[in-house]
Design a protein around this ligand. Structure first.
Ligand code: NAP
Length: 499
């Protein structure tokens, strides 16, 4: 049999890197991290569109154990996130475990050998005792199902495959989508395009962005006295936590907290857009928090510029020359930008085929039944498998909260295995069902269930109409459970001795 690694991790973004760091801390050195791209960094390697920046304050959007005193702005540009990922990989010596351009297509549990067998696109196999998938929530681009796109004579660019060689200066540009990505990109496109048409299906809540350069003396203080940056992080985390817990998760009991967020966005819109007709088009008709709001000071003003049109009539089709809307009007275009987001529920949960015990196919099982993973990380019938991008795993607003919660879960679970001399873990059906029941009940209080989200078209909702992406608890509670969950929620066993 070919070599069996301690663990195979799929994905070299911040999630996969956190998992590798945790496994190294626990004494595992034979790791392999499979990454389909040609470098590490996940979303911060793939996304390179103009205007890309983090939309969580940078001192909060980083590993708590590896603060970066050098962020240039409160909301750092994407390139700094990518550089930070590189720095962490080198400092924690995990780059040597990574294989780039390594496209995994599927994984199956070999019960007899108690190992995971990962199949690569070239037909080779990689084996590991543990399998961890860290394939991101927003990693499978969504192409819009609009007739005729393939016949467009100009350039078509999805935001996840940005091409600097596509000339935008002086061109007629159309952009489909008004999510967080488009909100960052549109002001940049408008600066260079001769004419820009923005195709909006559903408006997004946009709040003011309190951004700015981090002054040199502040950066120096962060570097010299790390406690100062920790304090800044605590403030940032607390604000995000209040927004999430009070404004979104406790909507039923605290509707006023949600109303504060909505009012802040509406005030921002009123201040920046004076034309009542344009303002009406930009006003969401669903509750704040049903889909992810965003921050920008330049998005609304861009839409008021004379060479920018906001088109809200439904797109009928695309032809060689441009976009035709259902009222028969057409816009001739040279470049078509697709800011159409990601396909989570059909293509991302999980991102590769994963087959566990008794031939259970995880994606099919989730889609045919209900999406659930115990504590957002493990699934019955999938021994020695941690799915880091799972239903109910996303906790809080900064992804790093989720990553570090999952690192704590790994520490407790794998630590218990090591202490007992076990080789295999598997979460019990009962623990998984109890967790699902608890999360379902909590969701009842959230804006997703108690609010008005029907028209939001939010990617938080899956094909069963359930908003099971975000964990409906505080991050403190998520972290506490990760560090203290009952160990008998798992069955720990020894692998059978091979005949
Ligand atoms: P998104 O939020 O899913 O937005 C996709 C947009 O495309 C929506 O406006 C959607 O309209 C539109 N669309 C999709 N298919 C369409 C079709 N067939 N016809 C017309 N319109 C169509 O994707 P995103 O903007 O890429 O953002 C995804 C997430 O990435 C964000 O929520 C955020 O979490 C993250 N993000 C983070 C940052 C950051 O931290 N810096 C930046 C960007 C994004 P509907 O709403 O009507 O479906």
């Amino acid at each position: 049999m070919s070599h069996v690694h301690d663990a195979v991790i799929v994905g070299a973004g911040f999630g996969g890197m956190g998992a590798a760091i945790q496994l190294r801390r626990m004494g595992y050195d034979d790791l392999v991290v499979l990454e389909r791209e040609d470098d590490l960094g996940g979303t911060w390697h793939v996304n390179r569109y103009p205007g890309l920046a983090v939309d969580i304050p940078s001192s909060t959007y980083s590993y708590s154990f590896e603060p970066n005193p050098h962020w240039s702005r409160l909301f750092a540009p994407g390139a700094e996130l990518k550089a930070y990922a590189s720095h962490v990989a080198d400092k924690y010596d995990i780059r040597r475990h990574m294989r780039f351009g390594a496209v995994a297509t599927g994984a199956r549990w070999d019960e007899e050998a108690s190992v995971w067998v990962v199949t690569m696109v070239d037909g080779t196999e990689v084996r590991g005792r543990f399998l961890l998938t860290a394939t991101g929530f927003l990693s499978q681009p969504k192409m819009p199902d609009i007739a005729g796109i393939d016949g467009f004579a100009g350039e078509v660019v999805h935001t996840t495959a940005w091409r600097d060689d596509v000339e935008l200066r002086g061109r007629r540009v159309g952009i489909i989508g008004t999510g967080a990505t488009a909100v960052q990109l549109i002001p940049k496109l408008a600066k260079v395009a001769e004419h820009l048409t923005v195709y909006q299906r559903t408006p997004i809540y946009v709040s003011p962005k309190i951004d700015g350069k981090v002054p040199g003396p502040v950066r120096a203080a962060f570097a010299k006295v790390p406690l100062t940056q920790r304090a800044t992080r605590l403030v940032g985390t607390s604000i995000l936590e209040v927004m999430m817990v009070a404004g979104v998760l406790h909507y039923r009991n605290l509707p006023w907290a949600n109303a504060i967020g909505k009012a802040a966005c509406e005030r921002h819109l009123r201040r920046q857009v004076k034309d009542p007709e344009l303002r009406a088009k930009l006003t969401p008709d669903y509750d704040f928090g049903c889909k992810r709001p965003t921050f920008s000071n330049t998005y609304y003003p861009t839409l008021t510029r004379p060479h920018v049109d906001l088109e809200t009539t439904t797109i009928d089709h695309v032809d060689a020359a441009g976009i035709v809307t259902t009222d028969g009007r057409r816009a001739d275009l040279d470049v078509l930008v697709l800011a159409t987001g990601f396909n989570l529920w059909d293509a991302n949960f999980p991102a590769i085929q994963v087959v566990g015990r008794e031939g259970r196919d995880l994606g099919q099982w989730w889609r045919d039944n209900r999406f659930c993973a115990y504590e957002g990380i493990s699934v019955p019938k999938f021994p020695n498998f941690l799915s880091l991008n799972s239903p109910y795993s996303y906790s809080g607003l900064s992804y790093f909260t989720t990553i570090e919660t999952q690192m704590a879960h790994m520490e407790r679970l794998i630590g218990a295995m090591q202490a007992e001399g076990a080789d295999v873990f598997e979460v019990t059906e009962e623990a998984n069902q109890d967790f699902l029941d608890r999360m379902t009940a909590l969701l009842g209080n959230s804006v997703f269930n108690a609010g008005s989200c029907a028209t939001a078209r939010s990617y938080y909702f899956n094909q069963h109409g359930e908003a099971v992406l975000l964990r409906p608890t505080s991050t403190i509670s998520a972290h506490r459970e990760a560090a203290r969950f009952p160990l008998d929620d798992y069955e720990l066993r020894r692998a059978p001795v091979p005949a």
